[in-house]
Design a binder for this molecule. Structure first.
Ligand code: 2PG
Length: 237
């Protein structure tokens, strides 16, 4: 029986500041590193042998992947980094404080942007290489996306659009590996994981809007030969 484990990265410096993070590249906070080390301990206890790992192109997920693999003594396994696993692009909200957004647009609107299935956030007007927040520059669209078809790069995504760009990775690679009985680790982001879970668990639009995923949280699925889920458990720190 093949296993798939989805882990949300540890707290980023912008999670700690309550800023919309999206595709802006931010590192883990010290607390985020500890969270992921805790997740690694739980996965070690679960004694899952992973064959392959996937993560996004963003530092907070890549750093979390490295810490996890280190913690379970599996740094040798191959890792694919894909923009398809990036966080949902939050458009012009990126870099903004979530509480200030509520004060400006109201709770209902901000909740619709953050948790509804098909509402797009206000779009960014251009593909900026870097974004400046409080005098510090953070990478956004840089050379890491040079190989991505231009039309595929977003300027603001609903969760529905995130599902559409995440699923090709499932159909083209991940499901094949699970069919061959490989155990797969995916380290990604709150909304790219919600996109996977919407599809895998067949969640309806209202259930997905209630689903919150904590930093460092892991969901472990067991699949049968037909790739149906036979068991699911959540590991929370
Ligand atoms: O800021 C973001 O990119 C995401 C996750 O960190 O936030 P939210 O929980 O609002 O989807």
């Amino acid at each position: 029986m093949a296993k798939l484990v989805l882990v949300r990265h540890g707290e980023s410096t912008w999670n700690a500041l309550n800023l919309f993070n999206g595709w802006v590249d931010t590192p883990l906070s010290d607390r985020g590193r500890l969270e992921i080390q805790d997740t690694a301990l739980s996965l070690k206890d679960a004694q899952i042998h992973f064959d392959y790992a996937y993560t996004s192109m963003l530092t907070r997920a890549i750093e979390s992947t490295n810490l996890l693999l280190q913690g379970i003594n599996a740094e040798y396994i191959p890792v694919t980094k894909s923009w398809r696993l990036n966080e949902r692009h939050y458009g012009s909200l990126q870099g903004m404080n979530k509480l200030e957004a509520v004060n400006q647009w109201g709770e209902k609107q901000v909740k619709a942007w953050r948790r509804s299935y098909d509402v797009q956030p206000p779009l960014d007007s251009e593909y900026q290489q870097v974004i400046e927040v409080e005098g510090q520059e953070y990478p956004l669209f840089d050379q890491r996306y040079a190989d991505v078809k231009f039309g595929d790069l977003p300027l603001g995504e609903s969760l529905m659009m995130t599902v559409d760009r995440v699923l090709p990775l499932w159909f083209n690679e991940i499901s094949d590996r699970l069919s061959k009985n490989q155990n797969i680790l995916i380290v990604a982001h709150g909304n790219s994981i919600r996109a996977f879970r919407k599809y895998l668990e067949k969640l309806d639009d209202s259930s997905i809007s209630e689903l919150e995923i904590k930093n460092g949280e892991a969901v472990v699925y067991d699949f049968d030969n037909m790739l149906s889920i036979v068991d699911k458990r959540i590991i929370r720190n």
